[in-house]
Design a protein. Structure first.
Length: 139
């Protein structure tokens, strides 16, 4: 666990401060250093934050952003938690599906949704020529 030292503020309240400065990624896709991965793992007591199951030695796990970057979360140590690889992939897929649905609703609401085009390439008897005109497909 990260060591915290108690400090009395000017208002007289007891506050704890980190003994080690929090890691903050320079970019959203910066690699998290191994020592930070260890600190996050120990802070969460080796538990998957999705399933709350203890991560066993040798079991594959990832770091997950508790608040997704797209939802305003930051790429920093305090927003990371360990997650079993399988659970993390399932969570990410569910979030992506939900985001796509919301994006489609917004696009439809604002009239920016692209209309689906009919694919003449799949039509059994018609084809579009280089000049853009539709003609019958040759055998």
């Amino acid at each position: 666990m990260t060591a915290r030292s108690p400090v009395i503020t000017t208002a007289g309240a007891l506050e704890t401060r980190r003994a080690v400065p929090e890691w903050i990624g320079k970019t959203p896709d910066s690699k998290v250093p191994d020592h930070v991965r260890q600190r996050v793992f120990l802070r969460c007591e080796g538990r998957c934050h999705i399933s709350n199951r203890k991560i066993m030695p040798g079991e594959p796990w990832d770091l997950d952003h508790v608040t997704a970057l797209r939802d305003g979360g930051q790429h920093r140590e305090g927003n990371l938690a360990p997650a079993l690889k399988e659970k993390h992939r399932a969570k990410t897929a569910a979030e992506a599906s939900e985001r796509a649905h919301v994006d489609r609703l917004h696009a439809s609401h604002f009239g920016t949704r692209l209309k689906k085009r009919t694919a003449l390439s799949k039509h059994p008897t018609l084809v579009r020529g280089m000049d853009g005109k539709v003609r019958e497909r040759r055998s």
